[in-house]
Ligand binder design. Structure first.
Ligand SMILES: *[C@@H]1O[C@H](CO)[C@@H](O)[C@H](O)[C@H]1NC(C)=O
Ligand SMILES: *[C@@H]1O[C@H](CO)[C@@H](O)[C@H](O)[C@H]1NC(C)=O
Ligand SMILES: *[C@@H]1O[C@H](CO)[C@@H](O)[C@H](O)[C@H]1NC(C)=O
Ligand SMILES: *[C@@H]1O[C@H](CO)[C@@H](O)[C@H](O)[C@H]1NC(C)=O
Length: 401
């Protein structure tokens, strides 16, 4: 059968279409493969709590004496257990709960499993400068001071490490509510325990940091600089305590300052202040909302891919927005070389509501020394539960998974 010109044109059109289709497909396949290989795949990083109970503002430390890891947290009413024998506040204790000014948990490894210690009550009394038993005691931080006493006979030194010549003192920093007429203000105190990391800690008679006209101070965080062994305390000036209302009492003008301050402390006793504090970060209203708070400093070595002249960098974690809303998030800023800064903020939060972790209002992040693992809190049916995340630092960029 003869092909009519129309049929020929149709066939040519079909062939052209077919060629186009083949070219398109042959182009699309490698593109698809390229994209699926390089683009981030939908991740399921959903976190479940390490401790499914109210355990806010954690700190983390490894006890040098035992090697066990401890996490302490803000005070809370906790269910009675058979091992509970004392109450810190019997007059206002509801029948089935006991108030603990500071809570404790332990683990053989930072990643867990974490065990809540129901009978531990590290800070039975918050100190004479506070509102007393039942005072709002927040955001503990722990450090260990060691004094190596000279061995009487150096020849008896063995290869197995012993604690006989090491005098360890544990120091617990915390913020607590002032007595009337300043009950809206919190300041930072310290308490010591000579032999046991779980205490009981004896509070110092006076707060160690209490800038009353600025709104007080909260969120103490101990840091020992591995570069030179000097000791520091970071904290937040609690300006929003004097704010005019709104989000975390600092949502309307005139806005109060809530800077994060780096304060050197005496390396011998951990509580004497050395020089003045240095502001290392401050609230930027449009970015941070009502405040910045919950500082945590970690020194991370290397990260330049080797061969560089940099020994490491300081990573400052902090939370912004109000703890009771979904805007609360984990953020960080990095200072190259110098502990006093300048700290350059990373773009956007590291952990936030609605990300792959699926944790609402994450904040209060703390790290093991040198990085690698962090603890933080986030909303849960029990209050604010303990969560954990693996953390990597490459160059000045932190990633979590
Ligand atoms: C809970 O413990 C406190 C003190 O430890 C005690 O006073 C209280 O009676 C206890 N409640 C119950 C229901 O056991
Ligand atoms: C250990 O340190 C504490 C606190 O500084 C001190 O009271 C105690 O006497 C020291 N003990 C020894 C054996 O040095
Ligand atoms: C860090 O910066 C401070 C303030 O600018 C300066 O006094 C200090 O010498 C610096 N330290 C180092 C180790 O560079
Ligand atoms: C995220 O968390 C909510 C509440 O905790 C839960 O209902 C939901 O199933 C979670 N989503 C995923 C993807 O795990």
């Amino acid at each position: 059968m003869c092909a009519s010109p129309f049929a020929l044109k149709l066939r040519q059109n079909r062939r052209r279409l077919l060629v186009r289709l083949i070219i398109t497909i042959s182009l699309l396949i490698p593109l698809y493969l390229l994209l699926t290989f390089f683009l981030p795949r939908p991740t399921t990083l959903t976190k479940t709590p390490l401790l499914a109970l109210n355990f806010p503002d954690p700190c983390i430390i490894q006890d040098m004496a035992s090697g066990t890891w401890y996490a302490f947290a803000t005070g809370s009413w906790t269910p009675n257990t058979s091992t509970d024998t004392t109450a810190s506040d019997t007059t206002t204790t509801p029948p089935t709960t006991t108030y603990k000014h500071i809570q404790a948990a332990s683990a053989a490894h930072p990643t867990g499993p974490w065990t809540y210690l129901p009978s531990a009550d590290p800070l039975p009394t918050p100190g004479p400068w506070t509102a007393g038993p039942g005072s709002q005691t927040w955001s503990p931080s722990l450090t260990q001071l060691t004094t190596n006493t000279t061995p009487t006979n150096p020849t008896t030194t063995t290869t197995t490490p012993t604690n006989t010549n090491t005098n360890t003192t544990y120091i617990l920093y915390y913020s607590a509510q002032l007595p009337p007429p300043h009950t809206h203000i919190h300041c930072i105190g310290a308490a010591t325990s000579p032999t046991s990391i779980l205490g009981p800690y004896t509070p110092l008679p006076e707060p160690i940091l209490c800038p009353l006209p600025l709104g007080g101070a909260i969120d103490p965080s101990a840091f020992r600089d591995p570069a030179d062994g000097r000791r520091y305390l970071l904290y937040k000036v609690d300006g929003n305590a004097l704010g005019g209302g709104g989000e975390c009492n600092n949502g309307v003008a005139p806005f109060r300052r809530t800077p994060i301050v780096l304060q050197e402390v005496d390396g011998a006793d951990g509580v004497g202040l050395v020089g003045g504090g240095v502001e290392v970060l401050d609230r930027v209203g449009e970015v941070d909302g009502a405040l910045v708070e919950a500082p945590e400093l970690v020194w991370v070595s290397g990260g330049d891919g080797g061969g560089g002249d940099k020994g490491g960098r300081y990573v400052l974690f902090y939370s912004n927005h109000c703890w009771d809303g979904p805007g609360y998030s984990v953020n960080y800023a990095v200072s190259e070389e110098n502990i006093t800064g300048p700290y350059k903020r990373a773009e956007g939060p590291l952990i936030r509501t609605g990300d792959a972790f699926n944790v609402t209002a994450p904040g209060g992040a703390v790290s093991v020394p040198g990085g690698g693992w962090m603890l933080f809190h986030g909303n849960c049916p029990e209050g604010r539960c303990l969560f954990g995340a693996e953390m990597k630092v490459v160059g000045s960029t932190v990633t979590v998974s």
